[in-house]
Ligand binder design. Sequence first.
Ligand code: ZN
Ligand code: ZN
Ligand code: FE
Length: 739
Amino acid sequence: MGFRPFICRLAEKHGLFGEVDNRTDGVSVIVQGDINSVDRFSNDILHCAPPASHIKSIEINTVQFSTYDSFKITESKTVDDHITEISPDIAVCNDCLNDLEKDTERIDYPFINCTNCGPRFTIIEGLPYDRPKTTMKIFRMCDNCNSEYNNILNRRFHAQPIACNSCGPVYSYKDSIKSINGITQILDELSEQIASGKTVAIKGLGGYFLMCDALNNNAVGELRRRKHRDSKPFAVMFRDIPAVRKYCFVNEEEENELKSWRRPIVILKQKKKLSDAVNGGLNTIGAMLLYMPVHYLLFRIIHTPALVMTSGNLSDEPIIIDDLIAEKQLMSIADSLLSHNRQILNRTDDSVIRIIDQKTSLIRRSRGFVPQPVELRCNVEGILALGAEQKNSFCIGKGSQAVMSQYIGDLKTPGTYKFFIETIERFSDLFKFKPEFVTCDLHPDYLSTHYAEHIGNELNIPLLRIQHHHAHIASCMAENRIDEEVIGISLDGTGFGSDENIWGGEFMIADLKGFRRFTHFDYVPMPGGEKAISEPWRMAFSYLFKYFGDSIDYKSIPLFESIDKKKLCLIKEMIISNINSPLSSGAGRLFDAVSALLGLCSEATFDSEAPMRLESVINAETNDFYPFGTTETIVFADTFKAILKDIPKLGIPVISAKFHNTIARVILKVSKQIRKDTSLNKVILSGGVFQNKYLLEKSSYLLNQNRFKVFTNHIVPANDGGISLGQLAIASKMRGLCV
Ligand code: ZN
Ligand code: ZN
Ligand code: FE
C-alpha cells in the first residue's frame, strides 16, 4: 500500500517516464528511459519500498514502445480473480507526527495519515483499494488535500484516507450531561476525566476501547467491576519506551515489536506493579505503545504514563464497532464516550504477541497482521477452512496463499457467531473467493462444524473433518513449509479425539495426510464436564483419585481443606459411577490440577487462568524434575506423589518449575522413543500450552541439545486461533484423495 506513489516518486528520481496501475493481481509498472536508469529504478524498488509493504516477486518484461512524456498513475484495472494484498492497518508514522505540529492544515488533526501510515483493512469495502471503496468515501477532499493527493512529490500522493482539519473526519465527546466538539476542548475534558479516575470509551482503529489511568487502583477496580471481568489481565498503553521500562523488563526483540508499525500488545515480564487490578497478580503485563494520532494528542496532556486500554465489549461479545451500539452498551460501563465519524468496517482487536526463544509468538492475530496472507507451498485455491470454536479464526485459500481472518472469538457467543458469518462473507467478497471444498474440526458440535455442514450441503461441495490436534501440528508444518512425516507434539486444553474422548496431550507421528497416535497423556475423568475446566480443584481431585484412590488423606491436603466436604463426595461419586465425567488427556487439565493443588487457582475466572498462574509463579532456576511413567500412556502417578511430598517442604515457585521441567522431559523422552522407532528428527510443537514461555523454551532447549530440529508457530497462533491454517494445509493434501 502506498506503493504506486512510491513508484511514481522513484521514477521521477531516475528521470523515467511511464505509468503505474493497481491491478487485482498486483502492481503493474511501465517505464521508459535510459537502460541504466531503469536498472537503478528496479533495484530501488526492492531496497527503498515503504515499511509496511512486502514485495513477493518482481517480473520484468519488455513491452511495445509508446510515447510517454511524464510518469503517471492510471486508473485501477480489474484483471482477473487474483488478488492484490490488502494492507493491514499501520501505526501513525513519524513524519505525520511531525506534521501534527507543523502542517498548517493538520495542526493537532487526529486523523492525520499518509501513504506510509494510517487505516487500511479496517476501512476497506472492496478492491481495488481506492478511496471510493473505503469508508472515507463520504468525506469530500478539500482543495488542499486534493492537490496533495494528486501531487507525485507529496507524501500523501494517493493516500486514500487523506484528510485534514477542514475536510476530514472529526471526534466528538459525550457524557451523561454534555457533548463537546472541537479536539482541543475534547482533550481538555478527557485529561480531567482520566485524572479523576473516570473510564472513557474511545473509538479506535478496529473498534471501541475502554480506558482509564492504569496507576489508579480505584479506577481500574471500578472498570473491572463494571465490565464483570473478574481477573483477566487488562492491556496497558504506555506513553513511551522509558515508561514501559519502568514497569516491565524489555529486551531488544520485545522493544522492536513494541515499536513496529503493527504495534501489537507485547506480553512482558513485570518489573514494578501498576494498579493491582491491572493484571490480577500475574507477573506479566500486556504492554503496547501509542498507534493512533489521537493517542499522541491525549498523552501530550495527561499526566499518567500508562492507560488501561481494553476492548469495548460486554463479556465475550465481539469488540463493538457500531456507534449506536457503543452509545447504548458502553455508556453503562464508561463515564464518557469519545467517538468519531469515520466508520469502522472490518472489526479488529489489538493483536497480542509474546517473545519466546527470541522469536515472535502470536497469541491473538488481528490488527496490524490481518489480512496479510501466509505463503504456502501447496495449492489451496478454493478451500474454506472454518477453524475451531474458541479463539476462532477461519482461512480462505487463494492460489498458494492462505488468507486468515482476524481473531473472531468464541463462537458460542451469539454476537461472535454473527461476526464469524459476516466476516466469511466479507472475505469471500473482498478476495473474490468461492468455496469449492470446505473443512472443519472433527468435533460434531462446534458451531464452525455446523456451518461447514451447511455450506457443504448448500454448495454441494466436499466436506473434510480434521482431528483437532492433527490440525494444530499441520498449522505449524504449513507455516514452516514442511511436507513430510514428523514427530508432532500437540499440547492444549481440549479437542475432540478420534476415539470420541477429549484429547490434548498428544504425541503423534504425522504428515499432512494423516497421523498415528504414538502415545498420549493419561486419560483422567473430568467430573462435571465443562465445569471441571472452570473449577480446576475438580481436576486436582480427579488426578489424585485416579492414581491413589482412597489411599491418601484428602483432608490433609491444603487445597481440599477449603472445599466443601459434600462437594468432594459428590465429585468422587460422579467419577466412580461415570456420571458426566468424560475422559480427557488434555495437558491443560493437568496444568489446572497442579495449579489448584499448589493453591494458585482452584476456580478459574478466565480461560487458562490456572496454567497462567502456574507459569507466573516460577522465579527459580532449577533443572530438577519429577518422575513420570511412559508405558502405553504418559503416567503422572509418581509426579503427583512427589509434588504432594514437596508441598510442605519446598516453595511453590520451585515446585512449579520442577513440574514444568517434568513436561519438558516427557517431551524429550517421547521424542527420543519416536526417533528410535522411526528415525524421524523434526519435532513440531503446537497447541495452546506452548504459549507457556517457560515450557516452550525449556522443551526447545532440551530437544536442541539432543540434536532434534524443533519447529514452532510464529505466523499464526499455537492456540486454536491457528487451527484453520492447519485445516487448510491438510485439506489441500487430502482433497485429491477425497473427491
Ligand atoms: Zn504518515
Ligand atoms: Zn483537506
Ligand atoms: Fe486446541
